[in-house]
Design a protein. Structure first.
Length: 353
């Protein structure tokens, strides 16, 4: 097979997501200070109706994945505009069990940050409170989530700090086109983390040398229906270095140039070619993720099921999000990441609401 063509390296970010009504399409290596997606509809009184319409179609969330050798935790403050979602899911990797702390709420009752300098994504409803604090100028991300005990469900107390300064983490910031002036903005970073998780009387202390955190800030003018396939996983190497990957097949135009596929090794980021997903045995069987040149060959074996379907016959949302183990290898242009024994999550998503 011919060698894989790799996308160009990420470049320094523009000052704003949208300038003069146009998205600044590209792939960047640091935070964009001003996240202003509604400015793509224009400014001023005459633009107000267009801004309302664009806002209603904008999917926005700030999410995190974190853990250590024994646990994997996913959480999100999610605004789909038709509804909101607060979520913390705690997976025991070895027991293949999951604890769910989540609640749906009216979208105006939560807030997703626009920009990651001195901002917070947060919400509180039905006893569950989540706050993601963004201080990227100081190289810090914090996650705090709590819920009191309910029946047989234990209480939750999650308090962690991720370190994402230049010595600790690399940043992948994408502004990629769905259409001429519709975009996916996403900011992802993998970093070392310290903190604790308490479930009832069970204190799960994250080992400073083994814990990691993945930041996932996301605002997208997705087409309808919204579709994508995604896997991510991370761990700390024997030397304590954060290693991980992100692989996505979505609705972006020109994926050979515009994709968010990458590996992280410490504070280095390496971009990858586009990939395709196959699931010969459905969402609970093995997933195979490959590129057409042989640089990426990853198998994902789910061990923990998670779904969220909406509407009769799943007509409004069909969403599979299993957790499990990876095997295989990913070759970037100047680095290689074996993924055997990494644990993570996958998503097969189709949403029309």
């Amino acid at each position: 097979m011919t060698p894989a063509p790799f996308p160009p390296a990420a470049t320094p970010p523009p000052p704003a997501l949208v300038t003069d009504g146009k998205y600044r399409f590209g792939t960047y290596n640091g935070p964009i200070s001003t996240i202003n997606p509604l400015d793509a509809a224009g400014n001023g009184l005459l633009a107000a109706p267009r801004r309302v319409v664009r806002d209603l179609g904008l999917k926005e969330w700030e999410a995190f994945q974190l853990g250590d050798d024994d646990h994997f935790v996913l959480g999100a403050v999610y605004n789909a505009k038709s509804l909101g979602l607060l979520q913390v899911l705690v997976v025991d990797k070895h027991a293949s069990t999951i604890r769910r702390f989540e609640t749906k709420l009216p979208a105006p009752m939560l807030s997703v940050a626009h920009g990651l300098h001195g901002t917070t994504s947060h919400g509180e409803f039905s006893g569950l409170a989540i706050s993601i604090g963004n201080e990227l100028a100081d190289g810090v991300v914090t996650v705090d989530a709590t819920r009191e005990q309910r029946g047989d469900d234990p209480s939750l107390a999650l308090h962690v700090t991720g370190e994402c300064g230049p010595k600790d983490a690399a940043h992948l910031v994408v502004v990629h086109p769905f259409a001429e002036n519709d975009a996916l903005y996403s900011h992802k970073a993998m970093m070392p983390m310290h903190g604790s998780l308490v479930l009832g009387d069970d204190r799960i202390g994250f080992d400073d040398d083994r814990a990691f955190l993945i930041l996932d800030d996301h605002h997208g003018d997705y087409p309808r229906p919204m579709r994508y396939d995604w896997i991510t996983g991370a761990h700390r190497s024997r030397d304590g270095v954060v290693e991980g990957f992100n692989l996505t097949d979505n609705q972006i135009q020109n994926p050979a140039v515009y994709n968010e596929n990458a590996i992280w090794i410490g504070n280095e980021l390496h971009r990858l070619p586009p990939v395709t997903f196959t699931r010969p045995d459905g969402p609970w069987g093995q997933w195979h993720v490959r590129d057409e040149h042989g640089a990426i060959d990853v198998t994902f074996t789910p061990t923990v099921r998670s779904t969220m379907h909406v509407g009769p016959g799943k007509i409004l949302a069909e969403y599979y999000a299993p957790y499990g183990w990876f095997e295989g290898v990913i070759h970037a242009e100047n680095a290689t990441l074996p993924v055997d024994g990494l644990f993570g999550v996958g998503e097969q998503k189709r949403i029309t609401m």
